[in-house]
Design a protein around this ligand. Structure first.
Ligand code: G3P
Length: 219
């Protein structure tokens, strides 16, 4: 499973990239707004830090506007992925951009048939929002399982990768991996929490205490 980080905070991305475990980055208009910076500057900086796919979302809602904005975003760097909303215009733009060699991420996916449309439009990634479905009392992970199952039925024609989004906690990551999602885009805090286990801390403390008793150094 690939790990993307879901943030537009360049300092966070820089720190997480040092782990060597970061495969890409996703942003959205809310995350850009939270950064308080200009989208072109932020995305350029992120692309210089992370060589993997970096999703940058269009703000236009009509096909022509999306295509205009996509052309500008694509000029930033070769690893920019154009993020488009799952609307008729968004999927039309997805199809056109894919035909033109761009990588695309169709976002705001809340149903399996929407994901089927995104794959038919040639999306590189589809982003089902797990947490937001859970928030309204639905089962976000069921959606991931359904999409993975559908795509597996048509391996020759549906090449889209399932990018589990709106992840809120480590169990979402675990369940998305078990369901076969290709990618999880994870907020920085949740990504860091994946390392944590109390028995790791306790075990390390015990090893270090015993090691100190030996008086040895590895040199
Ligand atoms: O970037 C898309 C998605 O990950 C947003 O998550 O937490 O705003 O529902 P959230």
């Amino acid at each position: 499973m690939k790990f993307f980080v879901d943030t537009a905070d360049v300092a966070e991305i820089q720190a997480l990239a040092a782990s060597g475990l970061l495969d890409g980055v996703t942003t959205n208009p809310s995350l850009i707004a939270k950064s308080g910076r200009k989208i072109l500057d932020v995305v350029a900086e992120i692309c210089a830090i992370v060589p993997g796919p970096v999703s940058a979302e269009v703000a236009a809602t009509d096909y022509e506007g999306m295509m205009r904005e996509a052309a500008i975003l694509r000029r930033i760097a070769a690893n920019v992925v154009i993020k488009l909303p799952l609307t008729p215009d968004g999927l039309r733009a997805c199809k056109a951009l894919t035909s033109d060699g761009a990588k695309t991420n169709v976002t705001l996916c809340f149903s399996a048939v929407q994901a089927l449309l995104a794959a038919k439009a040639g999306a590189t990634y589809v982003s089902p929002f797990i947490g937001r479905l859970d928030d309204i009392g639905m089962d976000g992970m069921e959606l991931i399982r359904d999409i993975v199952a559908i795509y597996r039925n048509y391996p020759e024609t549906l090449k889209t990768e399932v990018l589990a989004a709106s992840i809120r906690h480590p169990v979402h990551v675990l369940q998305a991996a078990k369901a076969g999602a290709h990618v999880a885009t994870i907020p920085p805090g949740t990504l860091r929490s994946l390392y944590a286990h109390p028995l790791t801390d306790k075990g390390l403390a015990a090893f270090l205490a015993d090691w100190a008793k030996t008086g040895q150094t590895i040199a």
